[in-house]
Design a protein around this ligand. Sequence first.
Ligand code: KIV
Length: 288
Amino acid sequence: MEGYKAKVTVDEIVSMKKKSKITMLTAYDFTTATICDKAGVDVLLVGDSAGMVMLGYNTTTPVTIDEMMLFCKAVVRGSRHAMVVADMPFMSYQVDVTEAVRNACIFVKEAGVDAVKIEGGEEMVDTIRAIVRAGIPVMGHIGLKPQTAMLWQGYKVQGKCKESALQLVRDAKAIEKAGVYCIVLEKVVVEVAKIITDMVKVPTIGIGAGNVCDGQVLVIHDLLGLYEQMKPKFVKRYAELAQKMTKALISFKNDVMSERFPSDENVFHMDTNEHDKLMKELGDIKNE
Ligand code: KIV
């Protein structure tokens, strides 16, 4: 098939470590997924950041499985090449291991995703091991853990002191041993991100962790300048789409008000013959 590229696999992601940087972006809908796929992005993360950028919650904590399922299904339909990863929402994997495995299975069987991501280090080892044993690839996520950040210390930079750095290293080693195929490092100081990246065999994917990681992930709304409520230091804006959209929408409104839209090229016409017959019949109706 022309332009067809096979689906990215777990083995490919693992073998990219130290060879070729991994690109991951969040996606929550069909259209965005098709565009990312065309651009050659390796992994599409249906992040629970959807709760903030798509649903307007203040944090990711309230997001439910049902909400995530809808986003996951749309992204799976839009991606032929990129691996699709479902971010398991808060409390879908923390209560007990059996429930975590069952919920991970729902994302794979019903939404059709290729892997799941869960936040947590040493405390998540049993859960990761059980999901992997069930046959589902797991992406780890340590450093800043947004699902619980606001319940504890807020969105702070991680690994700044020796104790915190050592805990991150222990977390990375523990989840690697439990079977994750790659690890997201969020808002981790570069020095510690480098130590972890050099120490583990699986790739690290950084967000606010520097270019020492094996790959990079960003929330697509941040990259495109669509979500204007905040701009973290680690975000690079590649476009200012919110401003462009506002400008386009104002033009639409002005065009409608001034009757410049729709113009003749946007409308449909009757055949002249049919129109003449209609006018004649309307005349007859009027005269009845
Ligand atoms: O939910 C999300 O978008 C994420 C990324 C920030 C890694 O977890």
